[in-house]
Design a protein around this ligand. Structure first.
Ligand SMILES: [Zn+2]
Ligand SMILES: [Zn+2]
Length: 365
């Protein structure tokens, strides 16, 4: 793996990160503008399930009963019926690395509203130790499988494996850069284990279709980012083909971090790989990229809307909210605003039906 960790803690930068994450909760992106406010849709909230949120991040921890209750308040204000707690994809020793038990413990404060996932820390950190060749030793594979088996034995059962990462750009010095071949031995092993246990994998990939210069935005944001980024979509297609029984959810679809996250790219991937699903994040993009799910007025852009309509069973929402005790989040409000712009049938399909089907949830909206 190519990764760079984490320059010494700088109080001012961390404070900035905390303030940024507090309101908008990108695990890896810049903050947006002020809250929309729920008033415009409070009388007709559409229900949805949030398949991607974090009770633990850099400077954000939400593992107490009072914080989880605040999370429920935020969910109620924006129509979120259920949410997944997962760990961000982090190398061991980074500022965002979380105890794997934390998600389950936090989720169990509100078991009728919260599910949890496994592996964002302990499995991802093993993936991060892989060499660039993607070839693991037998000892590494055995260790990985042992960690998985331990995590999967927790009760109640986890509903997803994640958040994993192939390419994860760094947004500030305390935030890890991770670049792993997604057709590596450990990703293949993870895909096979996921199929065996009938779990979906949530994977973060800042998509790169051909080797490119790292956008200057990221170079300026963090010294952890390298000067070039390697193509990862061909490798990703190999992972998708490795085990057709493995359901793989591409996280943060609609947040174009590299300029390559276009509706056309996702259309091609969904059309070619029946085991791929797309997790919508109706958020602002970094300032240099044009392919946002929404325009400046928070309306769905035509290309993405057409794609959602073309593949109604393949999309879910994943807000990437970092809970911290606040009771309102723009990320959640944007998702509700997105739902309001769909037909009622399509909104229910994406918000409620698809998560139950893709993640085999024991209960829905
Ligand atoms: Zn992510
Ligand atoms: Zn995330």
């Amino acid at each position: 793996m190519r990764r760079r960790l984490i320059t010494p803690f700088k109080t001012l930068l961390v404070l900035s990160a905390v303030l940024m994450l507090r309101s908008d909760c990108w695990d890896d992106g810049p903050a947006g503008s002020a809250s929309i406010g729920a008033a415009s849709f409070s009388s007709s909230l559409r229900p949805w399930i949030d398949t991607h949120s974090h009770p633990w991040g850099i400077g954000t921890v939400c593992t107490s009963p009072s914080c989880v209750n605040a999370c429920i308040t935020a969910m109620d204000a924006t129509g979120v019926k259920k949410a997944f707690f997962i760990n961000p994809p982090e190398p061991a020793g980074s500022g965002n690395y979380a105890d794997e038990n934390t998600n389950a413990a936090a989720a169990l404060y509100q078991p009728s509203r919260l599910f949890y996932g496994i592996g964002g820390s302990m499995l991802q950190s093993e993936i991060d130790k892989m060499p660039d060749s993607g070839v693991a030793t037998e000892a590494q594979k055995l260790n990985f499988q042992t960690i998985f088996t331990t995590l999967i034995s927790s009760t109640p059962a986890a509903v997803v494996i994640g958040e994993t990462a192939a390419l994860h750009l760094s947004y500030y010095p305390e935030h890890a850069f991770e670049e792993n071949p997604v057709n590596s031995d450990l990703f293949y092993l993870l895909a096979d284990l996921a199929a065996t246990y009938d779990l979906a994998i949530d994977v973060h990939i800042d998509v790169v279709t051909q080797t490119m210069q790292t956008p200057s935005f990221y170079v300026a944001q963090s010294p952890n980012n390298p000067s070039t980024l390697q193509a990862n979509i061909p490798d990703f297609e190999e992972l998708l083909d490795h085990n057709p029984n493995t359901r793989i959810v591409l996280a943060h679809v609609g947040r174009d971090s590299t300029g390559a996250m276009t509706p056309g790219l996702i259309d091609g991937l969904l059309g070619s790989h029946g085991n791929l699903y797309a997790q919508i994040i109706p958020q602002e993009n970094p300032p240099f990229t044009p392919n946002s799910f929404k325009d400046a007025n928070d309306n769905i852009t035509p290309g993405w809307l057409a794609l959602v309509q073309k593949y109604p069973t393949r999309f879910v929402f994943g807000s990437d909210t970092f809970y911290d005790g606040s009771t309102s989040f723009r990320t959640l409000e944007l998702a509700q605003k997105f739902l309001q712009q769909l037909s009622s049938d399509l909104a229910y399909q994406i918000g409620c039906t698809n998560p139950v089907a893709i993640y085999k949830l024991p209960s829905g909206c």
